[in-house]
Design a protein around this ligand. Sequence first.
Ligand code: SF4
Ligand code: SF4
Ligand code: SF4
Ligand code: FES
Length: 957
Amino acid sequence: MRSIAERDLGTPEIQATAEVSLTIDGLQVRVPAGTSVMRAAALAGLSIPKLCATEQLEPFGSCRLCLVQIEGMRGFPASCTTPVAEGMKVSTQNAKLGQLRRGVMELYISDHPLDCLTCPANGHCELQDMAGAVGLREVRYGYAGANHLDAPKDESNPYFTFDPSKCIVCSRCVRACDEQQGTLALSIGARGFESTVVASQNESFLESECVSCGACVQACPTATLSEKSLIEIGQAEHSIVTTCAYCGVGCSFRAEMRGEQLVRMVPNKDGHANHGHSCVKGRFAIGYATHPDRILKPMIRAAITDPWREVSWEEAIAHAASELRRIQARYGRDSIGGITSSRCSNEETFLVQKLVRAGFGNNNVDTCARVCHSPTGYGLKSTLGESAGTQNFDSVMAADVIMVIGANPTDGHPVFASQMKRRLRQGARLIVADPRRIDLVRSPHIRADFHLQLKPGTNVALINSLAHVVVTEGLVKEDFVRERCEVPSFEQWRQFIAQPHNSPEAMEPITGVPAATVRAAARLYATGGNAAIYYGLGVTEHSQGSTMVIGIANLAMATGNLGREGVGVNPLRGQNNVQGSCDMGSFPHEFPGYRHVTDAGVRAQFEQAWQVPLLAEPGLRIPNMFEAALDGEFKALYIQGEDIAQSDPNTQHVTAALTAMECIIVQDLFLNESAKFAHVFLPGSSFLEKDGTFTNAERRISRVRKVMQPKCDYADWEVTQLLANALGLAMNYRHPSEIMDEIARLTPTFTGVSYEKLDRLGSIQWPCNAQHPEGTPTMHVDSFVRGKGRFLLTEYVPTSERVNARYPLILTTGRILSQYNVGAQTRRTDNVLWHDEDRVEIHPHDAEERGIREEDWVGVQSRAGETVLRARITSRVQPGVVYTTFHFPESGANVITTENSDWATNCPEYKVTAVQVMRVNQPSDWQRRYREFDRRQRTLLSEAHAGAAAADEARSG
Ligand code: SF4
Ligand code: SF4
Ligand code: SF4
Ligand code: FES
């Protein structure tokens, strides 16, 4: 189904330098060579009727509605599949064409229910439009013959219906699933009159391989595939462009609205990160925004054992401010701090760090990036000079070799994965380095050339052995290194990496990857043309996370794979704004733009702007805050949009630290796990309720636009502003655009950014300044940001988290497509149909040894704690390795993870925990305690609601 605000030119845009001139209906048209006649006509403002064509898909030529006449050509060619030619003369309208098109339409309509008035697509149906466009006035064949009008609907998918009675078998859905999504879940079954759309092996959509991305729904020109929300609510009346608030791909959407009601999210084909595609989360998992669990009134309580009391915003803010000041007066300036969120906007994050630095008077601010991509910042800054990925997503279309390390794009970054799969189907080669057999290793029409199935915790050993092959087999791009890099650092590195202990043969017993495979993969990466590395948390969340990022940068520099399209080092950032929250100065040692707090010049700039003295010493990182809390020195924390009690490692340690504090202020949509330890609850607003910007994994800044009023009265940035003012730090922003203006004034990489420019360009990749007024798609083009690229030594040091007889298996963790991180949002949507609990994956061999069968309850015990999950037996994991997701709090995945962390950044080592797994028949002690605490906290919350309702009644009575 089309979006209400987009025009479809029929076939995809062609990128060609040569142009062709032709005449269409007497109009002179000049278009890139290779353009279809249909698109050329549309560009000239003419519309040729069409049904099977859409500019999102390659032309197919099946419906025969788009016939035209071309001088000198026999018959009536389909304009969607006919490319333009120099001097061509085309007629799109004449009596014969009209007659032919009406004939085609008649056949379609004779097997189509004429229930237009009650059809959800009414007014937006291409079949209906085309009937009008060709002037169809009668259907001569009648409805008495065989037809499909009684074909049963498939309602199994929670978000869309499939009503085959309306299907015109145009194959747009099938092609969307193949070309756009790359899942290949659909086909046209049978032939002729019996032709019908089939999901997988003739299964329901829910049971099939369909991943519910919605591309087929968007492509369908009729109401056959329709969003259930559209059927329920009716057509939208206006739409607003905004940005998905889930993952770091940063897909652009049109929020289609009826008044304040969201009808559906339609991926924006002009979106620079997604080009009209989406995944199940961004398109459909939006119900959380209006879920009854949302807390819309501020609440306070003296102790976490007390019932909550709903209060006015004034009282909540005044109470929070007075508690923060009381605690500072009693325990000292540094006894309080704040945590910003990668789920919140740049503007909100900027304000929280400003509140901490200028209002609290310390640098105790940190962000959830601490626990995901902080090593990326450290590693890339040290080697290349900038803490961010080097490319845009589109760059993958110019890659010849793609190396994916410790990332699972089809689940974590699905829209980018679809683009990557498109490139792979075109013939790019693939190397996957992952302990688990992720989907990319083998999926329809894709097979990795090499799967380097290393043991968890041995990344650095692997990258060193890959680099060893490059150095010792003469595969270094010497020119690039001499010209672009610090030669002494390279020579030192070359000597180090060439040492025999870094060879694939020496590393094989450590990584578990056969040396010959490593050698072949290294040769492919170094000599296969443009080679691009994409990596994820499987790289960073290790005790040597920063070392591994450095190792990746070293390898890319040594092979000259930086500074142009198709190459690069690309961290796949997990959350929607994790790049932005780091950019905005969320770390305790850095101001916005990654400038150290010890830099007197930078500090002076901020002091002058904010009119307060600022501290020169870095503040506490999140783990240090916990330590200080347990030592009795850190007493209050303002947490915006972050759930440290579920997402940080060693849950029992975290909750002990939270319990030790006197005032925890949580600003969130729901009573999340951290809020159960809070004393002040400030309701948050969803991304639909506020203006701002997010910065995705490509450094792309995109606008988030308010499509409805905040349900709790204030957007999050306004709440921080209220708190700042109550603490005596004057903030008087009238709109987030004013916050962005301040960010631009104070941050060299943002000086050219403004809302006006974002509205004009659609999105901007920073750096955006005088040198790059419209942003920077590819970094380090002529030189590295730091000048010369720097090689650093990356000695492999095994993690101290070792297996032994008591804990013989390694647990590693990850995400799944349908759920998102701590699951606070996706658990409150129908996405639970695909994943309603976290399970532990175990290899058949390890399961058999322990007598574990599929679905058995198993205890997973580590040095930190124990939890109980159900078993899934699969050879996706290798023997000796178990795997789980962490989307449900009661799973307690982080009860088992330890406090081991990256040496440079303290990023936790989530990916390596030594565990034992055994059959059990009851929950763990922690789970029992958790359930009791959770039940108690929910009761205290409902008492608050009941108390408020009673007070309201008393007032009105
Ligand atoms: S929703 Fe996506 S994955 Fe499912 S059938 Fe449609 S295009 Fe394919
Ligand atoms: S379901 Fe829609 S897109 Fe697919 S073949 Fe039928 S009409 Fe075409
Ligand atoms: S890929 Fe990421 S940004 Fe895009 S729709 Fe899905 S969750 Fe949203
Ligand atoms: S639109 Fe050209 S054949 Fe269908």
